[in-house]
Design a binder for this molecule. Structure first.
Ligand code: FMN
Length: 189
């Protein structure tokens, strides 16, 4: 049995939809459970995440970097860092932004650095860009990894309610990230 925590921030619900897709991917794997935490619920007590085999972090990209409530959690986790409480756990991440780029690569780099400070092991996305095939238009909204990121999962949301965006391809990408981390966590134990 493996337990995975998904910790996320979402100001307006779009990254929350992405986080729920990650949960679906995790729970599609037998023997793996997922607990979803809105970041404010763990910021005061990040030690509660010590009980998990893997932690997947996610936040929207605001002003080219992770949103401030998520950064508050990162800073609060220095209590755990001091004792290296998450050492050798698996880690992965996801981010969502309004523009196709939106400088969100920087957010994933922030997360990988954060995971490295905790001596965690980063699980990459592991999915090809389906829309690089000649049969599917570049960036097609139903294509898995249409944005073509490999460090972890990206999504792009239009300026519409969260039940309409991000598109299905980005949610499938998030789901497959959750599945990959779940499978890796069983192998890693
Ligand atoms: C304060 C703020 C800063 C933002 N900065 C960026 C940005 O740097 N790049 C971008 O593409 N979108 C940016 N956006 C748009 C959000 O990333 C986008 O609306 C996203 O879907 C919000 O996700 P959420 O609903 O989970 O908060 C910003 C939005 C806000 C509110």
């Amino acid at each position: 049995m493996s337990k995975i925590a998904i910790v996320y921030h979402s100001g307006f619900g779009h990254t929350e939809v992405q986080a729920k897709a990650v949960v679906s991917g995790v729970t599609s794997v037998n023997g793996v459970s997922a607990d979803l935490f809105e970041v404010a619920l763990v910021t005061d007590n990040p030690e509660q995440l010590n009980a998990y085999n893997a932690i997947i972090f996610g936040a929207p990209t605001y002003m080219g970097s992770l949103s401030a409530p998520f950064k508050a959690f990162m800073d609060a986790s220095s209590k755990v860092w001091f004792n290296q409480g998450w050492k050798d756990k698996l880690a992965a991440g996801f981010t969502n932004s309004g523009s196709m780029s939106g400088d969100k690569f920087n957010s994933l780099v922030q997360l990988t650095t954060f995971a490295a400070q905790h001596s965690m092991l980063w699980v990459s996305l592991g999915q090809m860009n389906e829309s690089s095939s000649p049969d599917i238009a570049s960036g097609h909204p139903e294509a898995v990894n249409r944005i073509g990121a490999y460090l972890s999962a990206m999504a792009q949301s239009d300026n519409l309610p969260a039940d309409q965006t991000p598109p299905s391809g980005d949610l499938k990408t998030a789901e497959q990230l959750g599945k990959r981390v779940a499978e890796a966590s069983l192998r890693w134990q």
